[in-house]
Design a protein around this ligand. Structure first.
Ligand code: PMT
Length: 311
């Protein structure tokens, strides 16, 4: 059985740094609201479900946060203000281009007596410079706020706090819910305090259904916002139906459907009025185009249309 979202909050404490993050969110939202700007809350990456209070083991999911991190960059390119609510250590905008050893290989080290100089190798300048330029443009103007979560319950607390801080933006706020949020969890009251011991034998773990936050989010927390949810499926035949079901149930504005294996090249936009596919050609993929650039342009035009027709 699914627990009610209010019971979930009542039985899970906020994360230890919750008040600090709430203050950051509040200040960020107030500062940018003065400019009459569009603001985007992006959720990104997967939530964990701990198996013990003193967590050694947890249930996780596949999401690396690519969709959210790439989309954040494109929203910034469109001059939007971005709150990037992401899983700790998942991909982040800009740095996602330089993961692993690849970044080290772009640098050159020169040691001359007391002086050490680090430079970008000439053949890497064309790669680093445009990304660094975009990074500086958004960071120097304070257009992006990073807030991170790890567990499902951190995500619940931070998402609600972010919505409350965004409520004054009304229809200018876009919620872009790309995080892969766990559907199952172990209630706090049923979790052991300490690490489960193998000597006690294999544990039987009973998971409960997580309440969907979209319901209170759309109806109570931020009813005027332009809410975009994502829907991931592995069976192509189910995708559009599931997207339509979500729209009917939560009554938000747009669902973007994707299939696990093809999510980098193809998505489907489903709104109450219509549905259409966005996909990249083989040539576009080879030229380094990312589907998020198309998703973001389309979301921005859907939002502009929403502002014109609803207000
Ligand atoms: O990170 P990547 O590797 O790039 O992958 C991107 C992605 C595949 C994770 C992304 O494109 C995506 O599809 N995200 C949504 C995953 C999903 O199907 O979630 P869901 O069916 O559990 O939930 C649907 C919507 O309800 C989501 O927008 C979610 O934010 C929301 N939800 C989910 C659970 C919950 N308890 N409350 C919610 O509100």
């Amino acid at each position: 059985m699914s627990s009610h979202w209010e019971d979930f909050f009542a039985s899970h404490l906020p994360p230890s740094d919750f008040e600090d993050n709430r203050t950051l969110l509040k200040e960020f939202c107030e500062r940018h609201n003065q400019d009459n700007q569009q603001i985007i809350l992006i959720t990104s990456g997967g939530t964990t479900v701990p198996l013990e209070h003193n967590t050694v083991r947890f249930v996780d999911n596949f999401s690396a946060g690519t969709r959210g991190a790439a989309s954040a960059e494109y929203f910034l390119d469109h001059d939007c203000v971005v709150i990037f609510l992401h899983r700790h250590k998942s991909l982040e905008p800009f740095t996602r281009h330089f993961t692993g050893l690849q970044f080290m290989d772009m640098l050159e080290l020169q040691e001359d007596g007391q002086n050490t100089t680090i430079t970008v190798k000439p053949d890497s300048v064309d790669v680093v410079a445009p990304i660094l330029k975009r990074y500086k443009a958004s960071h120097d103007t304070g257009k992006i706020l990073y807030v991170n979560f790890t567990t499902l319950s951190d995500y619940f607390w931070l998402l609600r706090a972010a919505c409350e801080c965004l409520a004054d933006y009304g229809a200018r706020a876009i919620l872009y819910l790309a995080a892969a949020v766990s559907d199952f969890y172990i209630p706090s009251s049923e979790m052991p305090t300490h690490k489960m011991q193998s000597e006690a034998g294999a544990p039987t773990i009973s998971l409960k259904l997580v309440p969907k936050l979209l319901a209170p989010l759309v109806n109570l927390w931020i009813p005027q916002a332009f809410v975009v949810s994502f829907k991931l499926e592995t069976d192509e035949n189910l995708l559009i139906t599931k997207c339509r079901d979500a729209l009917k149930k939560y009554k938000h504005k747009l669902v973007i459907g994707n299939i696990l294996q093809t999510r980098r090249n193809k998505v489907v936009f489903v709104s109450p009025e219509n549905s259409y596919e966005i996909s990249l050609t083989r040539e576009q993929v080879l030229n380094g185009m990312e589907i998020e650039s198309q998703i973001v342009s389309n979301v921005i035009s859907c939002h502009s249309h929403f502002l014109k027709t609803n207000y």
